[in-house]
Design a protein around this ligand. Sequence first.
Ligand SMILES: [Zn+2]
Length: 213
Amino acid sequence: MSIKTEETELKCAVCGEASPQTVVTEFDPDTSVPDLDMRPDEPHRSYIKYWVSKCPCCGYCNASIDIPAAFTKEYLESGSYNRFGDSLAGKFRKMALVCEKNKVYEEALKACLYAAWVHDDLNEAEEAADCRRAAIKIYDAHKAVLSENHDIVLLSADIMRRSGGFERVIREYKGKVFGSGLINAIAAFEVSLAEKGDDSCHKADEVPGVVLR
Ligand SMILES: [Zn+2]
């Protein structure tokens, strides 16, 4: 067993229609070393397709369609929502919009990152960078809330670097002291990569001086 899923009827929190949805009921814990942005390795990377669901009636996309929404279904008919299609990456981008409307900004930022991961796997570098820039836009728009979580501040350094924001990483993270030695070490590693103009994927166990387990 790596993962178990089942089909279940869920009622959409926006339009009220029930539809069959695939939900994860069990999965083996991920013991591999993640990328710096916490992207899991296989087989868990393949499971991200289960991290977003879509209501076939109104198009509501979220981690689960029964999560209450702070808007009506008219929003889901708007051009700004539907400019993203129904590919897996598109559904994550819609989920990001929904989460921002629902004022769950960490989820909104991460949904953009998940969309980037989908493009990463398809070798669509420009689309992936666009998703990462959208994540940083959310970070900037809600910085007062999001910067309270050091994990998100650190994650944002990787998202900036992976989308070419080297100067910003150097400006905002060089010499910055966090409350944890681990976060300090990872932030310093991000700065050193940014100084080299390196926008590629790196693993968490490459950070100098850090023993992960
Ligand atoms: Zn619906």
